[in-house]
Design a protein. Structure first.
Length: 410
C-alpha cells in the first residue's frame, strides 16, 4: 500500500446535511461525520483504506468521499494482486501501542509484512470474514437491544417506586411523602485531589481515592484504582462508608455510585453522606432514576464540558418518606432488579466475548485456518489461481518495473 495526503480532499465548510450526497469521513468510531454538497476535491479512486496517523484507527472505504481533517492518510493499493479489504482486515489484527504522538504509517505500519495467499483465496477469505462478521454484528445488535430493554424496565421500576407504587395507598404515611432538596438529605461535599507532587500522599493504599471511573460498580463500589496513604487522606475531603457519589463534571455527568468503604474523592464528584433517618440505598436508587438524572442534565452548564456546580446540586430535589417505607421500597426495587442485573451481567459478558471472537476470526484468517479444505479446493478451480510464491514473484516484478519507470532518464 502507498498513501495519498488528504489535503486536497478536506471539506471547506462543515454545513452538514443528510440530504447531501457526499459523505465526510474520519477513521474513528463516528466514521461518517455528515454529508456535504461540495463538488470539488472528492476522492473517487476506490477502494481505499483511511488511516488515522496518530490513533492508528482505520476504515475500509468503497464509495466516493471527502475527509474531515489532515490527521490521516488515504491508503491506496500499489498492486492488483493484493485484496485491499484483506489488507484492511490484517490491519485490525495489528496491536501497536499508540501512546506517543507520532505518525504511525511511515514509522511502523508501512513496514509490516502481510501474509499473501493466491487471489481466489484472498477473495474467499474476505467473503467469509464478511459473512462471519455480519452474523456477529447481528448478534451484537440483538444483545444491545436487549440491554436497552432492560434499562427501560429498570427505569420503569424506579419510576413506580418513587411515585409510591410499591406502598399500598391505605398504608402510605401521607405526611412523610414529600419533596426535599438534596442539601436536606445529609452532609454534601465536593471532592479534592491531593497534590501529586507530594509522594507521601500516595505511598500506600490505606484509603480508596474515588474518581468517576470507579463508580461503574453502581451500588457496590468496594474499590478504587487509585488510593491514598494516611497522609493523603488528611490532605483531601474524606467521605464515610455508605455515601452516594455523583459525578457532576464531564462526559459521564450523572454517573453515580454507593461506596462501601470510606475514602477520598476527586473534584468531579459531589458526595451525599446521608443523615441517619435516610436509607443510603433509597437515595442511591433515586439518584440513578431518569427523573433525577434529568434534573442533573437540565441544571448543568450547556458547554462542551458539562458542569453542575455544588450550589445547583444542593437544590436538586428528591422524594422522601418514612424510614420504614424507604426500607420497603428498596426491597421491592431489588427484588425486581436482581433478575435484571443478572441478565445485564450475562449480556456484558457476551459483548466482551463477541469482540474476542472477532479477533479470533481474523487470527484464523491470517494463519491460514479460516477456509475449509472444500473451500480451498473451490479456490484452486478458479482460472486466476496460482501458488502464493508465483504471486509474490509477480508483485516483486511489478514493483521493480514501477521503480525503473520512476528513475530519471540519463
Amino acid at each position: 500500500m502507498d498513501y495519498v495526503q488528504p489535503t486536497n480532499y478536506i471539506i471547506k465548510i462543515t454545513n452538514y446535511n443528510d440530504s447531501y450526497k457526499i459523505p465526510v469521513l474520519t477513521p474513528g468510531k463516528t466514521f461518517i461525520k455528515g454529508y456535504t454538497n461540495e463538488t470539488k476535491g472528492i476522492f473517487s479512486e476506490l477502494p481505499v483504506i483511511i488511516f488515522d496517523d496518530f490513533t492508528t484507527a482505520s476504515k475500509y472505504v468503497n464509495f466516493k468521499f471527502k475527509v474531515k481533517s489532515s490527521a490521516m492518510k488515504i491508503l491506496v493499493p500499489t498492486s492488483d494482486y493484493v485484496n485491499v479489504k484483506l489488507t484492511y482486515y490484517f490491519m485490525q489484527v495489528l496491536q501497536e501501542i499508540n501512546n506517543t504522538h507520532k505518525r504511525y504509517w511511515i514509522s511502523i505500519y508501512s513496514k509490516k509484512l502481510i501474509p499473501i495467499a493466491p487471489l481466489p483465496e484472498q477473495r474467499a477469505i474476505v467473503s467469509k470474514i464478511d459473512q462471519l462478521f455480519s452474523e456477529l454484528d447481528n448478534g451484537i445488535a440483538n444483545l444491545k437491544a436487549a440491554k436497552d430493554k432492560l434499562e427501560i424496565y429498570r427505569q420503569a421500576v424506579l419510576k413506580k417506586a418513587f411515585e409510591g407504587g410499591f406502598i399500598e395507598k391505605s398504608k402510605r404515611s401521607k405526611d412523610n411523602w414529600k419533596k426535599v432538596k438534596v442539601k436536606e438529605l445529609g452532609i454534601i461535599s465536593t471532592g479534592t485531589t491531593p497534590s501529586k507532587k507530594n509522594k507521601n500522599y500516595y505511598l500506600s493504599r490505606d484509603f480508596p481515592f474515588y474518581k468517576p471511573t470507579d463508580l461503574n460498580a453502581g451500588k457496590n463500589v468496594n474499590t478504587s484504582i487509585d488510593a491514598l496513604s494516611e497522609f493523603g487522606i488528611k490532605a483531601c475531603r474524606y467521605v464515610p462508608p455508605n455515601s452516594i457519589l455523583v459525578t457532576c463534571i464531564g462526559a459521564t455527568i450523572g454517573k453515580t455510585g454507593l461506596i462501601k468503604n470510606g475514602g477520598g474523592f476527586n473534584q468531579q464528584i459531589n458526595a451525599i453522606a446521608p443523615f441517619e433517618k435516610y436509607n443510603p440505598e433509597f437515595i442511591y436508587y433515586q439518584a440513578i432514576s431518569f427523573q433525577f438524572q434529568e434534573q442533573i442534565k437540565n441544571n448543568a452548564s450547556a458547554t462542551t464540558l458539562p458542569i453542575l456546580n455544588k450550589g445547583k446540586f444542593l437544590n436538586l430535589e428528591m422524594i422522601i418518606c418514612s424510614k420504614e417505607e424507604q426500607h420497603q421500597i428498596v426491597q421491592e426495587i431489588e427484588t425486581r432488579l436482581s433478575v435484571c442485573d443478572n441478565l445485564l451481567t450475562t449480556i456484558e459478558y457476551s459483548l466482551e466475548k463477541s469482540e474476542a471472537l472477532r479477533q479470533s476470526i481474523l487470527k484464523q484468517a491470517f494463519e491460514g485456518r479460516l477456509l475449509s479444505e472444500k473451500e480451498l479446493d473451490t479456490c484452486k478451480q478458479q482460472p486466476d489461481w496460482e501458488p502464493a510464491e508465483e504471486l509474490l514473484k509477480r508483485i516483486k516484478n511489478e514493483n521493480k518495473q514501477k521503480k525503473s519507470k520512476e528513475k530519471p532518464k540519463a
